[in-house]
Design a protein. Structure first.
Lengths: 324, 303, 325
């Protein structure tokens, strides 16, 4: 059984102008010990998915439909108290903009130990602090920085501390939301290497969210491409990189110069995502798609399966096996 | 908090977020209503003496009354210990309040904005010096300073009082304006102006000032409040301008003539007015704050 | 360690500011219209006493020497002789100062604690009836005119209901009675202190409540609160252990910023309640042209405000590690 099975998840936000759909009918599975990357521009809904997995959506958000099955249980049906028990113990998260993710008036080791103590009340404080120290070894922060306050850490150190904190309860699923975006490139590289190491060593399943496809490609077994709330392509790393099927995926890859896999002339993606009113049958990517055709506006949607692990949500794709 | 939300909860959520906006507006509206009433009172203060000289707040004396009396048809709020009409005194007090409040506020905002801009823009020694001076003024309680000055120079004229109040209040404004100036200083449009060869003065007044003015006006409401209170407190203690009839003065009369327990119609109105006008300006200021703040945050600059 | 350096730096600032104030006051008193000598020498003194005082204060010497005398006298506690009381000013000051400090400190601390507590609750239940009422009460009490509030409280609770004394800090019967022990005396003081304390409390707690409320609402949007929730902490723990300590910091800052204003209110309250503190003494001495006393009271109040500012800053540095390290 897959560790995580998300089925037809839709999430909306209530704003001044009514309900905006941030995530639209997204489904995917994730096995133990594997990594799944979500990639797309800001506003495509990838962060929302991450938050939904921990049921940490803001007050004005609402799950419109779908199930999130974790180890067989639907997380959306759990009581708040039961969900609390799962948080961090089973599913942990590394947040976007982790610069402010630590409480500025508490010492870092106390904050990390707090996670342990919350989920294991029998544990005594000394033991918790000791475990924290061990984790610092693992993430590579000198132990003499344990008693410091967050503002005394550099950006990379803070991120490492956040990672240590996320791993302290030995979760089976880790959600990493843009963990390296706020860092400079060299530190980014180091952190990514370390994340890869932990993931392998501790056999943690991971959902890795990023707008940078090269980063995702570095770390993930499978990649899901998101656009404007829709998942538009899903496949293994190799499949996505070497034979992308969706035009948006192709654009993402092409605009990324750091990939070593077949570089073409760099193209930039025209205008950012604007949520436009469109008829339900029209493809969300229609206006920016260089390959759009008439049927993209009218034919009904379906996933096109390209292989056992590769599917694409496009009406204009060629070479599909057994269209559903 | 994020489960499937039944329809009625969804509607409640929408109402809640709308209510916050409405409520802040309501606060401002109430404040405005009160202030209008007070303004009308101030304007109306010129009328009573014309109706009958006995209604003059300072010198009018009802020939038939020798002591404090309660409300009556002739005297809506009664009379004070000298037989003067309390209601007309109240109206006059409104006039003084606005006079004192607005002038002191204007002066301190004027001073504070200019000093704040210069301090923030010039930086270094100028900044340090000006802010140190500001520190000194901020530490001193205005009321007590005026008391000492009164002891040395005798009874102070109302305009001197206004002047001193503004001298002691500019630091508060200056600090805020300085902070705003500091953040504006880094913006590209300032660099652009410098490259074109604009002088410092021109940059300060042509480019920085329009962007800090909304903040200045916001602080004006707080300054008005402050000035009114200080003048009232001074008058209450007996150090106000004896030629003016202000609400604080009225309270002093009630207190000093021992009528405070006997004459609620005399004790209550002036204090109530001072408190309400303070409240109204405060509410207005808060409403303006909420309107301006997101705008300031969005950094809409006037270039 | 940084804390020590911070304190030293602030002490230095306090010293500088105080010296400036001292100097300005000196100049004011010497250079204002009128005879400066008559301002320092009690007209009721005998000529010999006057001579002695003049030489003590150096009033017959050039201005800059007078300044030196002035500073020296200040630090040796020689403020001259009160015209009104016929006693050395310093003894009056020493008698009055503790009274002010007791009243003032207690009211500010109580107001801060209560304000923070209810501000926190108001933010949790934002938009509810409780919140609205708390906000209204806070606003109203914050903007009410201090002496008027004091008079009204006296009128209702002391005059009409007779629950509390109308004025003063102590009842003579209690203090003159040789049999009354320290507890009786303490209770007597507290009995007299309740109304003025309530007045000061009401004036201050409103602004603290409002600030805490706003601060909590902003803090609850911070990233580290999200982290805390993600860690599986209960809402209660998140609010009390993570949000509130951060949200309370602006309240501390506010206490510091408003100190000068608070002293104004304190002086007014003391005057109305005839509470024998420094504020009231200042008002009293100015009304009576008791220059030496007025001058000393003023200087001391300035010093109190400066020191109070320093204390607040230190407390803040203690609470916020970002300042210390």
């Amino acid at each position: 059984m897959a560790l995580l099975e998300v089925d037809n998840l839709s999430i909306g936000y209530y704003g001044r102008n009514g309900l905006t759909t941030a995530v639209d009918s997204v489904s995917f599975t994730l096995d133990r010990g594997k990594t799944l990357g979500f990639v797309g521009e800001s506003g495509c809904g990838k962060t929302t998915i991450g938050m939904a997995l921990l049921r940490l959506l803001p007050e004005n958000a609402s799950v419109l439909s779908g199930k999130i099955l974790f180890e067989g249980q639907d997380l959306l049906e759990l009581s708040p108290n039961d969900m609390r028990k799962i948080r961090w113990k089973k599913i942990a998260m590394i947040f976007q903009a982790a610069m402010n993710a630590l409480n500025p008036v508490q010492r870092v080791d106390n904050q990390i130990a707090e996670a342990l103590l919350t989920h294991d009340p029998g544990l005594d404080k000394q033991a918790a602090l000791k475990k924290t120290a061990e984790l610092y070894d693992m993430v590579g922060i000198p132990k003499n920085r344990l008693r410091d306050y967050p503002h005394q850490y550099s950006g990379g150190m803070k991120q490492r501390a956040i990672i240590a904190m996320a791993l302290v309860c030995q979760p089976v699923l880790l959600i990493a939301d843009e963990p390296t975006t706020a860092l400079d490139v060299i530190v980014q590289d180091q952190i990514l290497k370390e994340i890869r190491n932990f993931q392998k060593k501790l056999n943690i399943a991971m959902v890795f969210i990023s707008h940078d496809i090269s980063v995702v490609a570095d770390v993930c077994h499978n990649i899901a491409v998101m656009y404007d709330g829709w998942m538009v392509e899903f496949g293994s790393r190799e499949e996505i990189l070497s034979s992308p099927a969706h035009p948006y995926t192709k654009m993402l890859l092409a605009s990324n110069l750091t990939l070593k896999v077949g570089m073409h002339t760099s193209t930039s993606i025209p205008e950012p995502i604007i949520h436009i009113e469109r008829s339900p049958d029209q493809c969300p990517f229609y206006h920016r798609c260089p390959e759009h055709a008439e049927q993209c506006r009218t034919d009904s949607y379906k996933w096109v399966t390209l292989s056992s692990s590769h599917r694409v949500f496009c009406k204009n794709v060629t070479g599909g096996l057994e269209p559903e | 908090m994020d489960k499937r939300i039944p329809k009625k909860h969804a509607r409640a959520k929408r109402l809640l977020s709308g209510w916050a906006v409405f409520r802040d507006n309501l606060l401002g509206k109430i404040g405005l209503v009160f202030l209008t009433v007070f303004a009308l009172m101030a304007i109306g203060s010129f009328i009573p003496p014309h109706i009958d000289p006995m209604y003059h707040p300072m010198t009018g004396v009802d020939p038939q009354i020798y002591d404090s009396t309660g409300p009556s048809l002739k005297h809506w709020l009664g009379t004070d210990f000298m037989g003067r009409d309390i209601f007309s005194q109240l109206l006059a007090g409104a006039r003084i309040a606005f006079m004192v409040g607005v002038s002191a506020a204007f002066m301190s905002i004027f001073l504070g904005t200019i000093i704040g801009m210069i301090s923030g823009y010039m930086g270094r020694w100028t900044d340090t010096l000006l802010m140190r001076i500001a520190d000194i003024f901020m530490v001193l309680p205005v009321l007590l300073v005026i008391l000492i000055l009164a002891s040395l120079f005798g009874q102070l004229n109302i305009w001197i009082i206004v002047f001193i109040i503004s001298i002691f209040k500019w630091p508060g404004v200056a600090r805020v304006i300085r902070a705003q100036t500091l953040s504006l200083k880094e913006r590209p449009f300032i660099d652009a102006a410098r490259v074109v060869g604009a002088s410092h003065l021109r940059i300060i007044f042509r480019h920085i000032m329009p962007n800090v003015l909304p903040l200045s006006f916001l602080y004006m409401t707080f300054m008005v409040t402050y000035a009114i209170i200080v003048e009232a407190a001074l008058a209450f203690l007996g150090f106000g301008d004896p030629g003016t009839v202000s609400w604080g003065m009225m309270l002093q009369w009630v207190w000093k003539t021992g009528h405070m327990f006997k004459a609620p119609y005399w004790l209550l109105p002036p204090g109530l007015c001072i408190s309400l006008i303070t409240l109204s300006f405060y509410m207005l200021g808060r409403a303006m704050d909420d309107v301006l703040d997101p705008r300031l945050r969005k950094e809409k600059t006037v270039v | 360690m940084e804390l020590r350096r911070y304190i030293i730096r602030r002490l230095y600032q306090v010293a500088v500011i105080f010296f400036v104030i001292l100097t300005v006051l000196f100049l004011l008193f010497r250079l204002a219209p009128g005879d400066p000598v008559s301002r320092m020498v009690d007209p009721d003194m005998t000529p010999e006493e006057a001579e002695l005082l003049i030489s003590e204060l150096g009033l017959d010497k050039p201005l800059w020497i007078q300044y030196v005398y002035f500073v020296k006298n200040f630090f040796t506690g020689n403020f001259g002789h009160s015209f009104n009381y016929g006693q050395p000013v310093v003894s009056i000051i020493l008698d009055r100062l503790p009274n002010t400090i007791i009243l003032f400190t207690t009211s500010v601390i109580l107001a801060a604690l209560v304000g923070v507590f209810f501000g926190k609750i108001a933010s949790w239940e934002k938009g509810s009836k409780k919140d609205v009422w708390m906000t209204i009460v806070a606003l109203a009490s914050h903007t009410v005119f201090v002496p008027w509030l004091a008079l009204i409280l006296i009128w209702i609770f002391a005059y009409k209901l007779g629950w509390f004394p109308i004025t003063g800090m102590i009842s003579e019967e209690v203090w003159l009675d040789p049999d009354s022990g320290p507890l009786a005396k303490l209770l007597d003081i507290i009995y007299h202190m309740i109304l003025p304390l309530t007045t000061l409390f009401l004036i201050h707690f409103g602004s603290y409540l409002l600030i805490m409320r706003t601060s909590m609402l902003e803090t609850l949007n911070e990233d580290y609160i999200l982290t805390a929730r993600a860690k599986g902490l209960t809402e209660k723990v998140v609010r009390n252990h993570h949000a509130a300590p951060n949200a309370a910091l602006p309240v501390v800052t506010t206490v510091g910023l408003n100190l000068a204003f608070s002293i104004n209110g304190g002086a007014l309250t003391e005057t109305v309640f005839t509470w024998p503190g420094i504020g009231r003494e200042l008002v009293f001495s100015v009304s009576n042209n008791d220059y030496p006393l007025a001058q000393a009271c003023f200087l001391l109040i300035a010093l109190v405000v400066l020191v109070a500012n320093l204390v607040v800053d230190i407390i803040y540095a203690f609470l916020d590690p970002r300042i210390r390290y």
